[in-house]
Design a protein around this ligand. Structure first.
Ligand code: COA
Length: 173
């Protein structure tokens, strides 16, 4: 169970940066999950494997372009990219970071993030994306993170299936 405080200063900074307003009617959310007792939530999927991507960066950026052209700039040599693979080819991807920006008061906590989650259109609706987030969350735990954090999403119900909890809602102005 999550037991965390929100940092009012960080909230204000995020409002300014995104031009957003926190409030209960917001459709976007910030979500977090305590990792101390987290275990894989979903069964494996036949023919699909999951691990950190170590292949060609341009190749993965082309897949990212297919999903959201604004994201490819975040996929760099310095990013840890976690993927789902079918026949050794990436079909779903996300960025994992052991030091995520968040609105949590984090004096003593290690907060890891899962971001830019995407599945290429022809492989969607097979459970691959959510299983990848499950495995990416386990990866953050293995890196010593206390909390896994999801910033700026509209997929609240989807992430809740893994146990992520909504810590704040906001609207874009
Ligand atoms: C969001 C996204 C990553 C989901 O990827 P995905 O691989 O299709 O994810 P899943 O298959 O795990 O789940 C998608 C849906 O398919 C359903 N599903 C899962 N397995 C299924 C199966 N075997 N047969 C039919 N449907 C299935 C799930 O129930 C889920 O439905 P829900 O949205 O009502 O919960 C993908 O749609 C995407 O890339 N979207 C664009 C980028 C984006 O919005 N990213 C989120 C940023 S926070």
């Amino acid at each position: 169970m999550l037991n965390v405080q929100i940092d009012a200063t960080k909230l204000k900074i995020m409002e300014t940066k995104l031009n957003c307003k926190f409030g209960n009617d917001g459709v976007f959310v910030e979500m977090a999950l305590a990792l101390n007792e987290y275990q894989e939530q979903l069964p494996s999927i036949s023919g699909v494997s999951f691990c950190v991507y170590s292949g060609d960066l341009e190749k993965i950026r082309k897949l990212v372009e297919k999903v959201d052209s604004k994201w490819s700039k975040y996929f760099t040599e310095n990013t840890t990219i976690f993927c789902a693979f079918i026949n050794k080819e990436p079909v779903s991807f996300c960025i994992v970071t052991p030091t995520a920006d968040s609105i949590l008061a984090d004096d003593k906590l290690r907060i890891g993030g899962v971001a830019c989650v995407g599945t290429v259109p022809e492989y969607r609706k097979r459970g691959i994306g959510l299983k990848m987030v499950d495995m990416a969350t386990m990866h953050l735990k293995s890196q010593g993170c206390d909390i896994a954090y999801i910033h700026y999403t509209h997929l609240e119900k989807w992430y809740k299936k893994l146990g992520y909890e909504t810590i704040a809602r906001f609207s874009i102005i």
